[in-house]
Design a protein around this ligand. Structure first.
Ligand SMILES: Nc1ncnc2c1ncn2[C@@H]1O[C@H](COP(=O)(O)OP(=O)(O)OP(=O)(O)O)[C@@H](O)[C@H]1O
Ligand SMILES: [Mg+2]
Length: 274
């Protein structure tokens, strides 16, 4: 049986990729994952696990970082995309929202959103309609639309970055660490919006998150990345109930909260690697 929100059609497929920075630093050591159309897929893991590197490998943004995919393949709708440029991928319907919510600080919120429509050729009317659609999801951005983006709050900048991605009418959004630096209530609000964009607009998401707890409540399926390797994957509901995930990523165990000392013995005791 399929999970809610997922179909069998696979949009994005990452097959056993290896990524090396500066010709020597091996960061991804054979990562595979697949993203079904219409789903929200989470890529989870702690600091430096390789989440951002994976997303950048997919959208061909590694070159500016002296990074390179040295093995494996990346397919979108069955077509090899790793030799394309980032803007070719946008034309195919895949857009990345970068970690740290990059906005054009000197532009207004509305002009930031409009820059997201630069590859479109379907005319002003369609773009204006989508601007309205973005404001429906993010009423706060409508209030702030004339403000210079650099002076808006972190949450508003994250909303602007996501709204800007929506303006390209994407099929798939790669969303890097949407919770970063935001208060819990705001994180929840952003994930609620992701959920409704997924359900109402049919946009597929691959989201990278350190915040396992919130990500597994909103995603359909999750992959856990550790030191450049996928160590576990499964439907989000199953991962949430998995004792290892509970203990190491959700900070709880059957007996209640674990102390830091217990968690430190984690490497030795990790059952899924043995
Ligand atoms: N440009 C680079 N050159 C060399 N090493 C890099 C570069 N970018 C990242 N790394 C290294 O690659 C590893 C993975 O980093 P990455 O940013 O992909 O992790 P992440 O899972 O996104 O972490 P975080 O949750 O902190 O954002 C880290 O060890 C990092 O130091
Ligand atoms: Mg990252």
């Amino acid at each position: 049986m399929l999970d809610a929100g997922r179909t069998q059609e696979t949009l994005l497929e990452v097959n056993n990729i290896e990524v090396i920075y500066n010709h020597v630093i091996l960061v991804l050591k054979g990562v595979s994952l697949s993203v079904p159309k219409g789903g929200v897929t989470a890529l989870l893991g702690g600091n430096g696990a390789g989440k951002t590197t994976t997303l950048k490998a997919i959208s061909n943004l590694l070159h500016s970082e002296r990074g390179e995919v040295t093995k494996g393949s990346i397919l979108y709708r069955g077509e090899r995309v790793q030799d394309l440029g980032p803007s070719d991928l946008v034309k195919k319907g895949v857009i990345q929202v970068m970690e740290g919510r990059h906005c054009f600080e000197h532009l207004t919120v509305e002009d930031n959103l409009l820059t997201g429509a630069y590859t479109r050729t379907d005319g002003k009317g369609a773009i204006a309609a989508d601007l309205d659609m973005v404001y429906t999801y993010f009423p706060r951005l409508k209030e702030r639309r004339k403000s210079q983006a650099g002076y808006t709050s972190g949450g508003e900048q994250q909303m602007t970055a996501i709204g800007r991605a929506l303006m390209s009418r994407p099929e798939t959004i790669l969303l890097d660490e949407p919770s970063m630096g935001l208060a819990p209530q705001l994180v929840e609000q952003i994930f609620e919006i992701v959920k409704s964009v997924n359900e109402n607009e049919g946009v597929t998401f691959l989201l990278a998150e350190q915040n396992t707890n919130v990500a597994l409540r909103y995603a359909h399926y999750g992959y856990i990345l550790e030191s450049g390797r996928i160590v576990m994957d499964g439907p989000a509901a199953a991962l949430r109930e998995n004792p290892d995930v509970k203990e190491f990523y959700l900070g709880m165990a059957d007996e209640g909260r674990k102390s830091f000392r217990d968690v430190r013995s984690y490497r030795r005791r990790k059952r899924w690697l043995s």
